[in-house]
Design a protein around this ligand. Structure first.
Ligand SMILES: [Zn+2]
Length: 279
């Protein structure tokens, strides 16, 4: 991309993968609202460069492409929020899974996304935390939350079972990330294998009715984020309050673009039509 060229489209969450050195490579994803054309731009190349992101005052639902004034649940319109399985309360609180009651919003979604192998993991974000995810996307989940280390500790065959175990462990461990601390990389280090061992009896004694695999042979995954400078103070940027954001990109972590002037959570603005150009 040269300074005369600009990219435009409706935002999607950042895509990423790890290189051989466990460094995250990020991509900005945009979707053209009319043609559906998908654009992906390598973001790591813009580190240290000044870029401009401007909100074009138009938002489309990420699921149905409807024109909307505000989004719910990171990009959805209100009807999608109320009807799609991926927007149901049980996605955030899997211990409330109601599939067995026959009231799931979408049985295909349950078969493909919920009633499949799930990992219960330990990760280090702003602190040591417990979490769950579909096993096939665990690495993506860890990057999305800004984990610098993560370890799969248990495998179960359903999201519901993962939720029951997580909910139980969350009574004495953190299950949320303090995003400011995470972005500043302020965390105490932990030996995740040692922390895993401490949980074995608790899980084994309390979940005899759940078939689970204790993942004792897993190795800790290290994750490094593109970052060229540290952050002292964090200012949160928002397209609703400042539709024109211009600054030098100094880092990318979790779903945040980190500029010298502040940080923006890209996932939160999924569906927003924006223009990006190098200044
Ligand atoms: Zn919709």
């Amino acid at each position: 991309m040269t300074s005369s060229l600009c990219l435009s489209g409706n935002l999607r969450k950042l895509k990423h993968h790890l290189d051989a050195d466990n460094q995250v490579i990020y991509f900005l994803r945009l979707e053209k609202k009319d043609s559906g054309e998908k654009i992906e731009e390598d973001l790591n190349q813009y580190l240290g460069k000044k870029i401009n992101l401007s909100f074009k005052n138009s938002i489309r639902c990420v699921a149905c492409n409807r024109n909307i004034k505000k989004t719910f649940n990171n990009g959805y319109c209100f009807p999608c929020l109320q009807t799609l399985a991926e927007c149901d309360t049980c996605i955030i609180k899997p211990e409330l899974c109601h599939f067995d009651k026959g009231t799931c919003r979408d049985n295909d979604f349950a078969a493909n996304q919920c009633n499949i192998a799930h990992s219960i993991y330990l990760s280090l974000t702003s602190d040591l935390k417990i979490g769950i995810t579909r096993q096939k996307q665990e690495l993506s989940r860890w990057v999305d939350q800004g984990a610098v280390k993560a370890l799969r500790i248990v495998t179960v065959s359903r999201r519901y079972h993962a939720g029951l175990i997580e909910n139980f462990l969350a009574a004495e461990m953190k299950d949320k990330t303090n995003w400011r601390k995470m972005l500043k990389s302020e965390y105490q280090d932990y030996d995740l294998k040692f922390e895993q061992e401490k949980l074995f009896d608790k899980i084994n004694n309390n979940f005899k009715e759940i078939d689970f695999v204790w993942e004792q042979d897993q190795v800790v995954q290290d994750i490094k984020y593109p970052m060229i400078a540290g952050l002292d103070k964090i200012t949160s940027l928002d397209f609703e309050k400042s539709p024109n954001i211009e600054g030098t990109l100094i880092g990318i972590k979790a779903q945040y673009l980190i500029f010298d002037i502040g940080v923006i959570n890209i996932r939160k603005f999924s569906g927003y039509e924006i223009e990006m150009r190098q200044v």
